[in-house]
Design a protein around this ligand. Structure first.
Ligand code: HEC
Length: 258
């Protein structure tokens, strides 16, 4: 029964790893996976040392391999186990470290025009929309603004947060894999420099819809035209501005009389 405790604990850790890696959807990033695994191992460790008997059950099989056994037959087997543990394990760590430290071929950062000129007009599901001067129609309905913000949040968390992140800072689950990275909406150089119509264009047409001066783009920003309705897009735009506390850029307006 002694070896059982050790293998049980080993299986538990492996099971936790498999669940975290393959069962949970959407897939969690590897840094988070390591973090969770550290918590699991730490918890298992605390569990083991909380009970002397358990600790002994856990340590005995390890001890019996390391400490010389009187029985020459068992000692012969232990020798092999020792070789495996003290030879192969460090070798595996060395190989792993080498693979991680060796310099690969990484894409260089690309210089690009971050906010190219938007087209004057786009076709949204075949309906012509004039981007120039276009205002967010939902803003006129001030009474329902809070409702739009809430509905925009739902659109955001169903579609955008995987890349743009739950803090809207561009650090979503997929961000590490993308070059250019997802836009950071909390950056002062991002949405506060842009009109809402600009966002409407970018969200509906995505990376594919970027004009030639935006190249080379390789942008992973999807085109949402056929996924979201016009209203959904205006809602998510309101949500993005509201939750970052940013103001959209507006057309120059007559100063208010005070
Ligand atoms: C697959 C990842 C991914 C998803 C999902 C995604 N985006 Fe993006 N998004 C990007 C990337 C990458 C960029 C930066 C490159 C670019 O501008 O095309 C970007 C750029 C943008 C920009 C341009 C910001 C600027 O400063 O010019 C807006 C606006 C935007 N995304 C909104 C959204 C909204 C709203 C959603 C959800 C409906 C969404 N994105 C979903 C990857 C994604």
């Amino acid at each position: 029964m002694k070896t059982d405790k050790l293998s049980q604990i080993f299986l538990l850790v492996v099971a936790a790893f498999l669940v975290l890696k393959y069962v949970i959807h959407p897939r969690i990033p590897s840094s988070l996976l390591y973090f969770y695994m550290m918590i699991v191992i730490f918890a298992v460790f605390i569990y083991i040392i909380s009970d002397t008997k358990l600790l002994q059950d856990f340590l005995n099989p390890i001890k019996s391999i390391i400490i010389k056994n009187e029985d020459p037959l068992i000692e012969e087997r232990n020798k092999e186990a020792r070789m495996l543990i003290f030879g192969l394990l460090p070798l595996a760590v060395a190989v792993f470290t080498y693979i991680n430290l060796s310099v690969g071929t990484k894409q260089p950062a690309e210089l690009r025009s971050i906010h190219p000129e938007p087209p004057l007009q786009i076709l949204f599901r075949e309906k012509p929309l004039r981007i120039l001067g276009l205002k967010n129609p939902l803003r006129a309905d001030k009474k329902n603004l809070n409702k739009y913000i809430e509905e925009g949040a739902v659109v955001y968390f169903e579609n955008c947060f995987f890349c743009h992140g739950d803090n809207l800072d561009g650090n979503g689950h997929f961000a590490e894999a993308l070059n250019p990275r997802p836009a950071d909406f909390t950056d002062p150089g991002s949405i506060s420099q842009l009109q809402e119509s600009y966002l409407f264009w970018r969200i509906s047409k995505g990376g594919q819809g970027l004009p030639a001066e935006g190249t080379p783009w390789n942008s992973a920003m999807p085109s949402w035209e056929n996924v979201l309705t016009e209203e959904d897009i205006w809602k998510v735009i309101i949500y993005i501005y509201e939750s970052t506390g940013m103001e959209p850029r507006r057309w120059e307006e007559k100063p208010l009389n005070r």
